[in-house]
Write a protein that binds this ligand. Structure first.
Ligand code: HEC
Length: 145
């Protein structure tokens, strides 16, 4: 292994968590990537219920991924984050309970989806759509449009 590769591997393995200590710049890009990840899992589920993707046995993977990502949404928005390109609204910090309930609302919809049998297409369709709308609800109130 090249020295540089080895060094960057060591850096990657160093314990690091995204807390308010991270620079605003870093956390902003991190947040964007996490949201993009959520979007990719949701797109996989949408592709399945539209009949475009035959991935029935991948459904639990995508649903669990959305659930796991939901666990860290709160941490993606440290207080005082004012990145100029961010679309996050200040309401996130002035109404922390509202923001928290938007996260919980999204979580409940993902849990409901998790309970659906993936072969039950009709119910799946509705449940996937409910998840999508619960993402949109948070965006509606807490993201610039
Ligand atoms: C609790 C609130 C909340 C929930 C729930 C939420 N988001 Fe977001 N999302 C935001 C906010 C706020 C931003 C803007 C972040 C920024 O610009 O700094 C955002 C940004 C995004 C972006 C743009 C990322 C970028 O910068 O390129 C995508 C895509 C996205 N969300 C997808 C989703 C999907 C898909 C879900 C549901 C599975 C979801 N979000 C759930 C609050 C939320």
């Amino acid at each position: 292994m090249k020295l540089l590769a080895r060094l960057s591997l060591i850096l990657m393995l160093l314990p690091s968590t995204a807390t308010t200590d991270d620079s605003v710049e870093e956390i902003y890009h991190y947040r964007s990537r996490i949201m993009e990840n959520a979007s990719n899992h949701l797109k996989a589920l949408q592709g399945y219920v539209k009949g475009e993707l035959s991935i029935e046995n991948h459904i639990p993977t995508h649903v669990d991924a959305l659930l796991n990502l939901n666990d860290i949404y709160q941490d993606l928005f440290p207080v005082g984050d004012q990145h100029p390109e961010s679309e996050a609204l200040a309401l996130i910090w002035s109404d922390p309970r509202g923001f928290q309930s938007a996260i919980q609302h999204n979580r409940r919809k993902i849990m409901a989806l998790k309970a659906v049998d993936p072969s039950d297409m009709k119910t799946m369709k509705r449940a996937v759509n409910d998840v999508r709308m619960s993402c949109g609800d948070c965006h509606y109130y807490f993201r610039e449009r």
